[in-house]
Design a protein around this ligand. Structure first.
Ligand code: CTP
Ligand code: MN
Ligand code: MN
Length: 598
C-alpha cells in the first residue's frame, strides 16, 4: 500500500508520441490530468515511466537516439496497456510483467518467432500477414476450387486434402510478389506436391486441367448449389442428388425438414445467397446497437467476421456483444431480442444458451476439425433489412469504394457508413484506445482507418457518449424490457407483430409483397473476461483460427479457444485485456484484422 502511494506521488510519465495520433495523445494526456497522473511533454531526468506504442525496446532506444539499453535503466518502459490500466484505476498502478517491453528476446519466443523456412516465410498463417487482396489470385482461385471439391466429398481423407489446398493458397496470399516461377516456392514446406503441380500447370499453360474438369462437373455444381441452402451440409446435399434433384425448386417441392434453418433457408434462399453488403451490415449493426443500448446501457457491440477483416460483402453479419462489467451481459440477449421483436425486424432465429463452464478452457479435446464449436450464448437468425439499403449502396458503387486493401477509405465511404447510420468508425480495442469511454462505449464496425481518421473516431465516440446519456430510464421502462431480465425462455423467435407474419408459412411470407430482404445475422454474447479471445476467434478467418490453435498447441503447449488461452505447462489461464494482448500472449506479432484473411 505505502509503496504504491509513494510511487504515485513521485511518478512522472512520458508518452513517446511515435505511432500515436495527435488527437489520441491529447486525449491520453487529458485523461491522465483528470486523474492527477503527472505526464511530462519532454523526456528528461525524473521520468519514471515511458509509455509507448512500440512493441520492442530497441525501437524505443532508436527513437530516443540512445545507443545502449542501460540508458533507460531505472525507467519503466511500458505499453499503452499500462497507461489504460492507470486510467481505469484512476492512479499510477504498479507495473506488471505484461506491461513491460521485452529487453532481450527470451529463449522461448526466439524459438517461436524464428521463421521455420529459409524463405523467411513463417510456417503458420497466424504468424504472417494475409491481406484480402494479393498478387496470386490465379493460383489461389484454382486451389480453392480443389479445396471446395475435397470439402464437398467429405471423407476424412478428403478433409486433410482440403486443408492442404487451403494451406497452400494461404501461403500464396501472403507472398509479397506475384509468382513467376515454381522455383520461388522451393523452400516453402506448406505447399504440398499436389498444389505445386497445380501451380506449375497454371504457370506453364495458364490453367490446370484438374481444376477445369471440376468446374465442368455437374456434381460439383449441384453440391455447391445445395450446400448453399442455410442448414444443408454435404451429406444431405448428396441425398438430394441421389434423388435426381438438380434445382432449388425440386428441393422445395420434395424435401420436408423439421429444421427451422432449412425451412426458412429454402423459403428465403434467393435473399440469403445475395451477398450482404457493408451498408447493410452498417444498418444491422446500428439497429442492434440502438436496441442494445436500451436494454443494457454501456454494452459494447462489434461487427466481427468477414466485415471486420475488410470484406466488402459476406454471407451474414456477425456481431459480438459484451459489457465491461463481467456479469452484466447475463440476460441481455433475450431482452435485446424482445426489443428487436417489438419492432418487427426479426424474421426468425434461434437462441442458444451458454454452455460454458470453467473447465472447457482446459479440457483436453482434440483440436476440432470441421466444426468450430464454442460455448457462448448466441442467436443465430434471420432479420429483415429494407431493400433500399442495398439498392442505395449499389448505386453508390459501395463495393468499389470499400476496397480496403487499396488504401485508406475515401471520404465518400466514410460518409456512407458514418453519416447515414452514425457508425462508430473505429478499431475495437476499447481498452487501449477509448480510455474515457470504456464504461459506456459502443463500438464498432471495422472500416480500415486511414492514418488521418483517428481524430474523428474520438469525436464519434464522444457523440456516442452523448447519445448514451440521452437514453432515459423511462424509455427503458416503457419498453418493459427490464422486467424480462433473465426470465425469457426463448428458443425460436419469430415476428409476432408483423401484419401477416404469424399465420403465414415462410414460403408465403417470402412470396408476398415486401420491401425488405432476409439477412443472416449471428449475435454472440461474451463475458468481458473472455471478450478479446472471442473477438479474435469471431474475427477469423476460419483458417487463421485453425492455424493459431495448432500453433498454440504445438509451439507453446497452450490451448487457444474463443474463450481464452490455457497454458498446459503452467496449468493456468492467461487473461487478455486487449486484442494485442492476445497476440502478445501467443508470442505472435500483431496482425490487424484485415491481415487475417487466410
Ligand atoms: N466462428 C467461430 N465459431 C463458430 C462460427 C464461426 O469461431 N461457431 C468464427 C469463424 O472462424 C469465422 C467467424 O467466426 O472466422 C465468422 O464466421 P462466418 O460468419 O461463418 O465467416 P466469415 O468469415 O464472417 O465469412 P462471411 O463473410 O461469408 O460471413
Ligand atoms: Mn460472417
Ligand atoms: Mn457467421
Amino acid at each position: 500500500m505505502s509503496t504504491s502511494t509513494k510511487m504515485e506521488s513521485s511518478s512522472l510519465v512520458y508518452i513517446l508520441d511515435a505511432k500515436i495520433q495527435k488527437q489520441r495523445l491529447k486525449d491520453m494526456k487529458n485523461s491522465a490530468s483528470k486523474r492527477k497522473i503527472k505526464v511530462t511533454d519532454t523526456f528528461s531526468i525524473g521520468v519514471t515511466h515511458l509509455v509507448t506504442e512500440f512493441k520492442e525496446y530497441d525501437q524505443v532506444l532508436r527513437k530516443l537516439d540512445l545507443t545502449n539499453q542501460s540508458s533507460l535503466d531505472g525507467i519503466e518502459v511500458v505499453t499503452l496497456q499500462w497507461f489504460a490500466d492507470c486510467i481505469r484505476a484512476g492512479k499510477v498502478v504498479d507495473v506488471e510483467q505484461k506491461h513491460r517491453l521485452q529487453r532481450a528476446v527470451t529463449q522461448r519466443s526466439e524459438e517461436v518467432e524464428r521463421p521455420s523456412q529459409s524463405s523467411g516465410l513463417p510456417e503458420y498463417a497466424c504468424q504472417r500477414a494475409t491481406p484480402l487482396q494479393h498478387m496470386n489470385e490465379k493460383y489461389t482461385k484454382a486451389l480453392e476450387v480443389l479445396e471446395k471439391y475435397a470439402d464437398l466429398r467429405e471423407s476424412d481423407h478428403d478433409y486433410s486434402r482440403a486443408l492442404a489446398f487451403r494451406r497452400a493458397s494461404c501461403v500464396l496470399k501472403s507472398l509479397p510478389f506475384a509468382l513467376s516461377s515454381i522455383q520461388q516456392l522451393r523452400n516453402i514446406t506448406n505447399i504440398g506436391d499436389h498444389s505445386k503441380r497445380v501451380i506449375q500447370e497454371i504457370l506453364e499453360d495458364g490453367e490446370c486441367p484438374e481444376v477445369e474438369n471440376i468446374l465442368k462437373d455437374p456434381w460439383f455444381h449441384k453440391m455447391k448449389l445445395f450446400t448453399e441452402i442455410f442448414g444443408i451440409g454435404p451429406s444431405t446435399a448428396k441425398q438430394f442428388i441421389a434423388k435426381g434433384w438438380s434445382t432449388i425448386n425440386e428441393v422445395r417441392n420434395g424435401h420436408k425438414s423439421a429444421d427451422w434453418r432449412v425451412q426458412w433457408g429454402l423459403a428465403f434462399h434467393e435473399d440469403l445467397i445475395t451477398p450482404v453488403v457493408r451498408q447493410e451490415a452498417c444498418y444491422i449493426y446500428e439497429l442492434v446497437l440502438k436496441h442494445l443500448r436500451k436494454v443494457l446501457p454501456g454494452a459494447i457491440a462489434t461487427v466481427t467476421g468477414g466485415f471486420r477483416r475488410g470484406k466488402a460483402s459476406g454471407h451474414d453479419v456477425d456481431i459480438l456483444i459484451t459489457h465491461p462489467t463481467e456479469d452484466k451481459v447475463t440476460g441481455a440477449l433475450p431482452r435485446l431480442l424482445h426489443s428487436l421483436e417489438a419492432t418487427d425486424t426479426i424474421l426468425h432465429g434461434r437462441h442458444e444458451r451458454s454452455t460454458y463452464t470453467d473447465d472447457v478452457i482446459s479440457r483436453n479435446t482434440k483440436l476440432s476439425t470441421r466444426g468450430q464449436l464454442d460455448h457462448f450464448e448466441k442467436w443465430i437468425g434471420i432479420i429483415k433489412v429494407p431493400k433500399k439499403i442495398k439498392a442505395n449502396s449499389d448505386n453508390e458503387g459501395n463495393g468499389v469504394v470499400l476496397n480496403v486493401n487499396e488504401g485508406p477509405v475515401t471520404d465518400k465511404s466514410r460518409k456512407l457508413c458514418n453519416g447515414a447510420h452514425k457508425l462508430v468508425n473505429e478499431n475495437t480495442d476499447v481498452n487501449e484506445k477509448d480510455y474515457d469511454t470504456v464504461t459506456n462505449s459502443t463500438s464498432v464496425i471495422y472500416s480500415r482507418n486511414g492514418a488521418s481518421e483517428n481524430a474523428s473516431n474520438v469525436m464519434n465516440l464522444e457523440n456516442e457518449e452523448n447519445l448514451e446519456n440521452d437514453v432515459s430510464l423511462d424509455e427503458v421502462r416503457n419498453e418493459q424490457v427490464a422486467s424480462l431480465e433473465g426470465s425469457v425462455d426463448v428458443t425460436e423467435l419469430r415476428s409476432v407483430q408483423g401484419e401477416r407474419s404469424h399465420d403465414q408459412t415462410p414460403a408465403e411470407l417470402a412470396a408476398g409483397e415486401r420491401d425488405w430482404l432476409a439477412r443472416r445475422v449471428d449475435l454472440i454474447v461474451a463475458p468481458y473476461s473472455q471478450y478479446y479471445y472471442a473477438l479474435v476467434g469471431w474475427t477469423g478467418s476460419k483458417q487463421f483460427n485453425r492455424d493459431a490453435r495448432t500453433y498454440s498447441d504445438r509451439k507453446l503447449n497452450m490451448m487457444l479457444t474463443s474463450h481464452g488461452l490455457y497454458d498446459k505447462t503452467l496449468g493456468k489461464k492467461i487473461p487478455a485485456s486487449s486484442e494485442r494482448e492476445v497476440f502478445d500472449n501467443l508470442k505472435l506479432p500483431y496482425h490487424e484484422p484485415w491481415d487475417r484473411n487466410c
